[in-house]
Design a protein around this ligand. Structure first.
Ligand SMILES: Cc1cc2nc3c(=O)[nH]c(=O)nc-3n(C[C@H](O)[C@H](O)[C@H](O)COP(=O)(O)OP(=O)(O)OC[C@H]3O[C@@H](n4cnc5c(N)ncnc54)[C@H](O)[C@@H]3O)c2cc1C
Length: 400
């Protein structure tokens, strides 16, 4: 593939971002680690990416190396007959494996533990960077260990889940690319110090999945806590996500730069499910998912929010109790409706189905998205005095 012509717009779900000097896809461990070592040794900017679904990159050329892991193998480490109590299965997935292909493969065997995370775009490697979560599940619960390349110590390490620093949409991997919240560590950013090579998961081999989330329970017509086949949960999650535009546009895997990433069966199913959607509905999928994290505020600060604002118990970074509120609620109640655009001609807008997703309606630039993000964040700040923090990794763009 010609590295000269690949752009971040080709490689990201939101479809924005400038041209890349060197795009490489190593297909084995040695080549992968050598490429990282060469870039780091030469102080060349390095971005390791997966599905490009949690990253917003500037329109200017990226004068460095963009590396996408082409290793997508999944193997069974312990099939459940020994060592793990019979009901558990341990599997190892290489970092480049598309997340939803892994979920599909495990659910189709009747295994459960990650079925609630169906349809989240991206790869296995990135799933542990921000501890993906949805519908009452977080990947952290099913991770046993993570194999990484440590770019500082120049060694391969196996990190136990208990040492991963998993939290709400974060991990010590994510922290390792920042000096302080929002302040990139130039030695590593926009990629963690620890590049994920593989993840070992422990799933349940037998029994039923538990429905752990109100909206999902409602869609399934059951109570929270009900148990059922993991495949039923997966189907319901995919349908809720589809209705909210919170699935990626599967047509992107037909682009030259994306071809071969998804398992054929997964891609065929995703394409058939989105058949018949009009271009506006598909544009709702051209996003980075939720653009802002739900703010976690000190208790005193939380008490000053309007009584009707959603509130959930949470813990602040320093370990003290806090209150989590909903970024979507704050945005809506600051006067930004679904579909909001800064001007009628703007090429970026809030999704027409979900206020938390910033979308590319066709031909948007990173700056168009940034203008929208800054406008929304400024509106929330002036209405509620709450700073919204972006969820995606922001590279070279002034947000917010
Ligand atoms: C429509 C949509 C819906 C979404 N819904 C959810 C949701 O429900 N829950 C949720 O948690 N997230 C959600 N997301 C966000 C996103 O899918 C996840 O964060 C995902 O894990 C990102 O994976 P990726 O491979 O695309 O990462 P990328 O965007 O490619 O990279 C993100 C970051 O991870 C780093 N990274 C990538 N691969 C590696 C690796 N091998 N080792 C170390 N670092 C690496 C990159 O350097 C970068 O810093 C959604 C996104 C979209 C577009």
């Amino acid at each position: 593939m010609s590295s000269m012509t690949t752009t971040f717009a080709d490689l990201t779900t939101i479809g924005v971002g400038g041209p890349i000097s060197s795009f490489i896809e190593p297909a084995d461990d040695d080549e992968l680690i050598d490429s990282i070592r060469r870039a780091d040794g030469g102080r060349i900017p390095l971005a390791v990416i997966g599905g490009g679904s949690n990253i917003l990159v500037a329109d200017e050329p990226f004068d460095g190396v963009v590396l996408r892991d082409a290793r997508r193998g999944v193997s069974i480490v312990d099939g459940g007959s020994t060592g793990s109590g019979g009901n558990r299965v341990r599997i190892k997935a290489q970092a480049g494996c598309v997340w939803d292909d892994l979920v599909d493969a495990t659910v189709s065997r009747g295994w459960h533990g990650i079925e609630g995370l169906s349809g989240i775009p991206g790869t296995v490697g990135a799933s542990v960077v921000q501890n993906i979560g949805a519908y009452g599940q977080e990947v952290a619960t099913s991770v046993r260990s993570v194999r990484v390349w440590d770019r500082a110590a120049l060694v391969v390490r196996d990190i136990e889940a208990s040492r991963m620093g998993f939290g709400y949409r974060t991990s010590m991997l994510k922290h390792s690319m920042y000096q302080a919240p929002g302040v990139p560590d130039r030695r590593f950013f926009p990629t963690p110090r620890f590049v994920v090579l593989a993840v070992e998961f422990e799933l349940f081999r037998t029994g039923y999945a538990t429905v752990g989330y109100g909206q999902l329970a409602k869609a399934l017509g059951v109570e929270v806590g009900a148990e059922m086949e993991p495949a039923r949960v997966r189907t319901a999650v995919l349908s809720i996500r589809g209705a909210k535009g919170m699935l990626e546009d599967a047509r992107r895997y037909n682009l030259a730069a994306m071809r071969g990433m998804r398992a054929q069966s997964g891609l065929a199913a995703a394409l058939s499910h989105q058949k018949g959607l009009d271009e506006e509905s598909l544009a709702d999928r051209h996003s980075c998912g939720s653009f802002f994290v739900n703010p976690v505020l000190p208790l005193r600060r939380g008490a000053t929010l309007p009584p009707e604002a959603p509130r959930f118990e949470a813990v602040l970074p320093d370990g003290s109790p806090g209150v989590k509120t909903s970024a979507a609620w704050l945005i809506e109640h600051s006067g930004f409706a679904r579909g909001f655009r800064v001007t009628p001609q703007a090429r970026a807008s809030l999704s027409t189905r979900h206020t938390l997703a910033l979308t590319n309606r066709g031909g948007a630039t990173a700056e168009d998205v940034a203008v929208l993000a800054r406008t929304v964040a400024a509106g929330v700040l002036s209405t509620f005095k709450v700073d919204l923090m972006p969820e995606p990794v922001i590279v070279g763009v002034d947000v917010p």
